[in-house]
Write a protein that binds this ligand. Sequence first.
Ligand SMILES: [Zn+2]
Length: 303
Amino acid sequence: MTNRRPRFGLLRASLALLALILSAPDAFASDRLQLVASFSILADMARELGGDRVDVVALVGPNADAHNFEPAPQQSAVIAKAKLVIANGLDFEPWLQRLIAASGTSPSVIYASTGVVPNLTTHDDHPGAPDPHAWQNVSNARIYAKNITEALKSADPDGRATYDANLERYDVALQALDAKIRASLASLPIERRKIVTTHDAFLYFGQAYGLELMAPIGLSTEAEPSAQDIAKLIRQIKRNNVPAVFIESAINPRLMNQIAAETGAKLGGMLYSDALSDEKGPAGSYITMMEANIKALMQALAP
Ligand SMILES: [Zn+2]
């Protein structure tokens, strides 16, 4: 029987997979402070600020869309082991309370956007709803970092000095990032500072750094744009001479490809809005994500 060896290989692989599945609920396996973050950007901030004292699991991982997230049943087991849950707030995680209820436990929940002045959307789909994408303004990310640090200090008082030191270091990096973005955008002629993205994820960014934004769908990716929405946007792009259209990392690029083709606007590449790339990608952390976005914007918009 020439196929005996491969069959044993398959058995071994199956056993390894089984072991992996059985160990999955033990995502937390140390005496560090056990944290759950609702999505990849908050998970990165929590790791930066918590350092060696914390273990962090993200519910919505890299390259995944939090708007359309449907929690898997085993994720309530991850929450059951957490001491602290870090969420964005501003209606970004409508699924979170149900997931916490399903866990049968009551971990502390903090909203990193507390204290941010929210944009209220004027877009047709949810007029007056808060825009959740506050992290796209680095000044807001500094507020997130302070809120997360306070929560870490309450949950793990022995680590207070470490958390304060981590915040000080991280905040210096955030201030440098903010200055870098400001200087880059300021170097562009005003008529070039216009872009189209799939959904309205960059309004805080545009407000903070002077970039005009258009999008065929609103604050959430749940809605599909109508043919009229798309036709209206195409007219706007042509009328305003918008130089570039960008795809977003966690969203199907089909619509943006179509809009670029119909308007003659340049396809500017990829922007990261609501999710990091995986660790080896160009946007593995909040800071490198913002840097990758600036690089893509400058490449597409510099005359
Ligand atoms: Zn979004």
